[in-house]
Design a protein around this ligand. Structure first.
Ligand SMILES: [Zn+2]
Length: 70
């Protein structure tokens, strides 16, 4: 089981069940138990996908404008 959590910096990360802490790319170490769990998934692949989907939602894909929209 993997938990999808979010850092204070806004990034989404996943943590394997039973792991106490997870380090975000911003440098902050998160205590997994103290974080709100957004989603629980079974495999690492699903976890990685869920994080990607959450990042897309958070940042709204604003950096990926179609050439036709410009
Ligand atoms: Zn962070």
């Amino acid at each position: 089981m993997y938990f999808i959590i979010r850092c204070d910096c806004g990034r989404a990360l996943y943590a394997k069940e039973g792991v106490a802490t997870r380090k975000c790319v911003c440098g902050k170490t998160l205590k997994v138990k103290e974080r709100r769990v957004f989603q629980k998934v079974a495999t690492r692949e699903e976890a990685s996908l869920a994080v990607q989907e959450m990042q897309d939602k958070i940042y709204g894909n604003t950096d990926f404008k179609l050439a036709s929209d410009l």
